[in-house]
Design a protein around this ligand. Structure first.
Ligand code: G
Ligand code: G
Ligand code: MN
Ligand code: NA
Length: 253
């Protein structure tokens, strides 16, 4: 309960901040997007990881407001980057409860238009468990988002239970290979095969692939060989504050 109150307080007193991790085009080596990752600068506690407080926010019903704040903040950031000549696509992580809110699409469209953004500048990251929850309803919703022009990706891909037949039915743009498969890609033959298989399946389904958690050049070299499009990871940069991301993107062009 104490933590719950602290979360509520954090929303009101702007203790949240979005960090951004570059997404790098493997062929060109250029930054072509960034994933927004929320941080909580809790007074007296330092930076608190979302792994700790997002599950709690989901339980206590604050995830709706936090999710709205994240969308608003990400759009405001893209707007201000645009003014500096930086056209970066930002991807935002969603919780299941956000998608279930009836006004979600409306709120999203409103946010994009208030900040004068094209909808294809925004990407939404969904997990397999979100997608598999109520498949038919989810497909309808995703089709609406797809028609709006928003990009859709599956986060932590490979760790859930999505069936291939459903994958084909969702209007997706991208799969993000979970970092657990990337970690030992150069030493574990099974992980290498899993990555290669995801990439070739994605090609068949006309989806882009982002590899997550890339820390070493030999991991990147294998992913490049398998035809992976994009990567994120400490090899290029950890998640950084918005100004730092802008600096990285401007010097990398
Ligand atoms: O950045 P870090 O690796 O600590 O993130 C931990 C987890 O928190 C990841 O699973 C990530 O998807 C999740 N996360 C980060 N930011 C957000 C957010 O804005 N909304 C939701 N729902 N999850 C987030
Ligand atoms: O679940 P999701 O993929 O949204 O969460 C991404 C998480 O992975 C974030 O907490 C981010 O800080 C973390 N992360 C990003 N790059 C790397 C990396 O190269 N290595 C490791 N171990 N974690 C990473
Ligand atoms: Mn993510
Ligand atoms: Na992920």
């Amino acid at each position: 309960v104490e933590l719950e109150n602290a979360l509520f307080h954090a929303l009101k007193h702007q203790e949240f901040e979005l960090y951004y991790q570059p997404q790098v085009d493997i062929t060109t080596g250029l930054i072509d997007g960034a994933e927004a990752l929320i941080r909580w600068n809790r007074p007296g506690h330092g930076m608190v990881s979302p792994g700790c407080f997002i599950p709690l926010a989901e339980e206590c019903g604050l995830i709706g407001e936090i999710g709205d704040w994240v969308l608003e903040q990400a759009c405001a950031q893209m707007h201000s980057w645009k003014a500096k000549g930086l056209h970066l696509r930002v991807s935002v992580n969603l919780s299941a409860l956000q998608l279930e809110t009836p006004e979600f699409c409306h709120h999203l469209a409103d946010c994009l238009s208030r900040y004068d953004l094209e909808s294809d500048q925004l990407e939404l990251e969904l997990t397999e468990s979100i997608l598999m929850k109520q498949v038919d309803q989810t497909i309808q919703l995703l089709e609406h988002l797809d028609q709006m022009g928003v990009h859709l990706s599956i986060d932590d891909f490979g760790t859930g239970y999505s069936s291939l037949s459903y994958l084909k039915r969702f209007p997706l743009d991208k799969l993000k290979i979970d970092q657990s498969f990337v970690r030992e890609i150069s030493v574990d033959q099974d992980d290498a095969i899993i990555c290669r298989t995801i990439i070739s399946m994605a090609e068949t389904l006309n989806l882009k692939v982002t590899a997550e958690g890339v820390e070493y050049p030999d991991q990147l070299a294998l992913l490049a060989e398998f035809g992976c499009h994009q990567y994120q990871g400490y090899l290029f940069s950890k998640p950084v504050p918005a100004d730092e991301l802008a600096r990285l993107a401007l010097e990398n062009h």
